[in-house]
Design a binder for this molecule. Structure first.
Ligand SMILES: Nc1ncnc2c1ncn2[C@@H]1O[C@H](COP(=O)(O)OP(=O)(O)O)[C@@H](O)[C@H]1O
Ligand SMILES: [Mg+2]
Length: 309
């Protein structure tokens, strides 16, 4: 991990009425990373985010931002956070610049130079003096980000920021968030119910379902793993002899047999060894097929096969 933990979420729970909405969630988000919070609708993403931003009380547990407790030291904790939960409020008949100017007055000590800086950071230089009503959704999104960045937060929290964006807008946002993490060393926390977006945008992904965190995975480690571990299907005869033969080489949990096919999860590099052994044992090999597991497979495995979107 590149940086220090900016967010520390420790065993948080949220009950609303008698219903447990968040059930003991723990994780850290580090400076310089884009952390994806992935889960189906109703999983508890927005609830967690509302607690992180102090918009909702925490039933049990603690959230620290830059070491400050949201519960006990709210002012100091929240001073380090920039967030967009729903569509940010904008004055449509004012220019982007005047919106930022107006917003900057809510904080102490934001200089004109900082306004210029965030405009550059989000790439709105050319259009910043146009009225917001002429902006595309992607541009409004970037203006919202500029607004959230004005007070130089160490954490940026975005709830489903790609909703409603077209593919080009999603790509721009992705590049911008990566830049903020890498160049500004900001911890970026972003939620989504779409795995395909998270995979491209994030350094790590935490999967939430029914108020529980199921799994946290580094995306690059996953990709490395993807290259080495494959699901291999051997079409062979006789299949029972082949099964015993594989068993003598690989200790794999997942081997399925149907007709004259055996499916095994194994290392890519072991395939020639297995085939050589088959031939040595007089087993006829008609074919070998390989497939890699995608993060989507893993997500479905982790969530028990429920739909992503
Ligand atoms: N104010 C509330 N009162 C009762 N239930 C709520 C409230 N807010 C959210 N919920 C429930 O909590 C669960 C998680 O919601 P939410 O955090 O919005 O999920 P997500 O953002 O992942 O779609 C859902 O089942 C939702 O119906
Ligand atoms: Mg939500």
């Amino acid at each position: 991990m590149t940086g220090k933990p900016i967010v520390q979420i420790k065993n948080i729970k949220k009950n609303i009425g008698k219903k447990a909405i968040i059930k003991d969630v723990t994780f850290d988000v580090f400076a310089g990373e884009v952390f994806g919070f992935l889960g189906p609708n109703g999983a508890g993403k927005t609830t967690t985010i509302r607690m992180m931003l102090g918009l909702m009380s925490i039933t049990e547990g603690e959230i620290f931002i830059n070491g400050y407790s949201i519960k006990k030291d709210f002012e100091s904790a929240i001073a380090c956070v920039g967030g967009i939960v729903e569509n940010p409020e904008m004055y449509k008949y004012l220019s982007g610049y005047h919106n930022l100017l107006h917003y900057s007055r809510m904080y102490k000590g934001i200089k004109k130079e900082r306004i210029e800086e965030v405009i550059k950071l989000v790439g709105l230089e050319k259009r910043i003096h146009d009225k917001v009503k002429t902006y595309s959704l992607g541009m409004r999104q970037r203006l919202g980000l500029a607004q959230a960045l004005l007070h130089s937060p160490s954490l940026l929290v975005l709830d489903e920021p790609t909703n409603g964006l077209d593919p080009a807008g999603i790509r721009e946002l992705r590049e911008l968030l990566r830049k903020l993490a890498q160049e500004e060393n900001i911890a970026v926390f972003v939620s989504s119910h779409l795995l395909s977006e998270m995979e491209l945008m994030c350094d790590r992904i935490g999967i939430i379902q029914n108020g529980q965190l199921l799994n946290i995975q580094k995306v690059d480690e996953f990709l490395a793993e993807e290259k080495t571990t494959v699901s291999a299907t051997f079409t062979v005869e006789p299949v029972s002899k082949a099964k015993a033969c594989i068993g003598s080489i690989i200790k794999s949990k997942t081997s399925a047999v149907k007709n004259n096919q055996i499916e095994v999860e194994m290392e890519w590099e072991q395939i020639p060894e297995v085939v050589a052994k088959f031939i040595q044992e007089g087993i006829k090999v008609y074919g070998v097929q390989t497939a890699t597991k995608t993060l989507e497979d893993k997500f479905l495995e982790a969530t028990g096969g429920s739909e992503i979107a």
